[in-house]
Design a protein around this ligand. Sequence first.
Ligand code: NAP
Ligand code: MG
Length: 395
Amino acid sequence: MKTPLVEMDGDEMTRILWKKIKELLIEPYVELRTEYYDLGLRHRDETGDRVTADSALATKKYGVAVKCATITPNEQRMEEYGLHEMWKSPNGTIRRILDGTVFRAPILAKGIRPYIPGWKKPIVLARHAYGDVYSAADVLAERGEKVYLVGEDAEGKETFRRLVHDFKGEKGMVQGMHNTESSVRSFAHACFRYALEENLPLMFASKDTIAKIYDGQFKKIFNEVYEEYRAEFERRGLWYLYTLIDDAVARIIRSEGGILWACKNYDGDVMSDMVATAYGSLGMMTSVLVSPDGKYEYEAAHGTVTRHYYKYLRGEETSTNSVATIFAWTGALKKRGELDGIAELVAFAERLERATVATVEAGEMTGDLIPLWCGDAAPKKLDTEGFLRAVASRL
Ligand code: NAP
Ligand code: MG
């Protein structure tokens, strides 16, 4: 490798997978050059979370990163790890620095039947990773309070005042959220570009019948941006559809896949878990953050698989699916190889992907996939390391 790959290590069961994947599937075959950042919660705490920002800045510099799942601390984690602060979600921090769009795609294997049998091809989901409820002003309202939405110009002069609610006789809660034209516009560009890169039609949905102004802006901006891509879409026989989120959900369920589904931030959060689960297992879903200036960060879509980790710590057998984490590595190696013109690296990554899928297709898999198996022979359940060794022997 010429340019270092930014490596972001993580937590719990996925940290165990990480080490084993490198040891069994990567290091024996690749002269791996990484710039290593330990995003494990302990080290984030020791560095005052500086390491997370540093890893994102390194991604900006080098262009490609591979990330292990990480714990987003909550009250319980504060206690468990004796943290100095409740550090923010590392993914959130990295997304803010790279200003990117997250694309999530399932890995399909013959013999693994999706819960929705009509889905024959991947549904790739793009989540707008900025604003809305994720950076909202969230407040409790006291009895008798009137809550307004107020605008001020640069001189501090009031430009508008709108009553949100008059909490006459009861307490309640209010939320003020925002988005920006430029963020929605760059999200739209990212989606149309990715659709062309992957040769997929694109659907975008919101609720502009209710949020006429807020979601209306999303719709308008997407339609405007589409005009820049329309000719190429039409030339390739691809389509772009704007519709209401309820209709989009119905269309997705009825479809056979092979669509890029662009979602607003919250829809993407929820729907990506639904789509991942419906394809079989969270362990089969990959994710890539693409920034507007073409920086890529690859990871598995699932978390640190805490429940399995505690079994592992007790010395019990675990059967954790490593497919998505393997594909995070292959995605990153392929992209690094493409950018640096190293054909062997690209070819290796593709071989590793084929070996991984072939292992599952041969009926050798982790426990999460067993109930989904519809192949001829009886499936063989492997433990965490057993699966990685089965892939290694095919490789
Ligand atoms: P999770 O780690 O995704 O696991 C939820 C459940 O899904 C697991 O208990 C397991 O079900 C199943 N599962 C997920 N991945 C699997 C795999 N690779 N193989 C087999 N089964 C798998 O979500 P969570 O338990 O809600 O969150 C755990 C921690 O991860 C949290 O601290 C959270 O902050 C963090 N997290 C990080 C990221 C990220 O870094 N991108 C994303 C989400 C969550 P069974 O227990 O039924 O086997
Ligand atoms: Mg979610």
